[in-house]
Design a binder for this molecule. Structure first.
Ligand code: GLP
Length: 233
């Protein structure tokens, strides 16, 4: 198995493991382009960074995804999440997030993919959905997919709507890096905390690649670190 598993006791300990990797890559001048993720999993991860003296001022960041039709000033947007949890506290050289308000969404996706190709990811940080999605690549998404407009599944809408504030209805579409865009990153760090992620982590551990569980595509990557508080046998 090509995955390096790090089993931790708590999300806080997991966040420290992510920190160690980021710190080492920065120190060795190997981290210039960093792929970032949102979600509750990333809150302790970013807290660890903002409480440190890590210097991202020479690092270009790319986020995985964004909801369609939600602008950056809306607390429900991923752009807002990133400002709140990281960018307002740590300066980056550049930050990129797909623009869910773009008039031409397909064109926005093409532009985003072009920017990624011009700035190849050194590390991509990933969480996982309960149904095994990575970014917003839902079950059945082509492994060859690049940045695209994705339709969210009922499972994802149900899980993610609990984070939606102000009674706003969760959009059922989002812009997301594709599976292929993610796989191009030199290194992947997958972080999964809590029992709700057990099914997805078991699929990963089983070692069989299936489009029904997008996370399993990671098995085809040569440098993946998995950090989880779940004991999977
Ligand atoms: C969203 C994001 C994913 C993220 C997932 C898990 O669906 N698009 O990139 O991995 O949520 O979120 P959480 O960390 O809150 O469990």
């Amino acid at each position: 198995e090509n995955l390096k598993w790090i089993t931790v006791k708590s999300p806080e300990e997991g966040a420290k493991e992510v920190y160690k990797i980021i710190e080492e890559e920065l120190r060795n001048n190997r981290l210039h382009v960093l792929g970032l993720a949102t979600g509750s999993t990333m809150i302790p991860v970013y807290q660890e960074w903002t409480n440190s003296n890590l210097d991202f001022s020479q690092v270009t960041a790319f986020n995985l995804d964004e909801y369609v039709g939600i602008d950056a000033n809306n607390p429900n947007s991923y752009a807002y999440f990133m400002k709140q949890h990281l960018f307002n506290k740590k300066p980056f050289k550049e930050t990129h997030i797909p623009n869910g308000m773009a008039e031409d969404l397909d064109k926005e996706c093409q532009n985003y993919e072009q920017q990624l190709n011009a700035n190849p990811l050194d590390i991509q940080l990933l969480g996982v959905g309960e149904n095994g999605h990575i970014a917003f690549n839902e079950p059945g998404t082509s492994p060859d997919s690049v940045t695209h407009v994705a339709t969210l599944t009922d499972s994802t809408l149900g899980v993610n709507s609990q984070y939606f504030e102000n009674d706003e209805k969760i959009p059922n579409t989002a812009l997301t890096m594709g599976i292929s865009s993610i796989m191009k990153s030199k290194k992947l760090i997958m972080v999964a905390f809590g029992e709700k992620k057990r099914a997805a982590m078991e699929k990963l551990k089983q070692g069989e690649v299936t489009p029904d569980w997008p996370i399993t595509k990671l098995l085809r990557h040569e440098d993946v670190v998995v950090i989880t508080d779940l004991q999977i046998d």
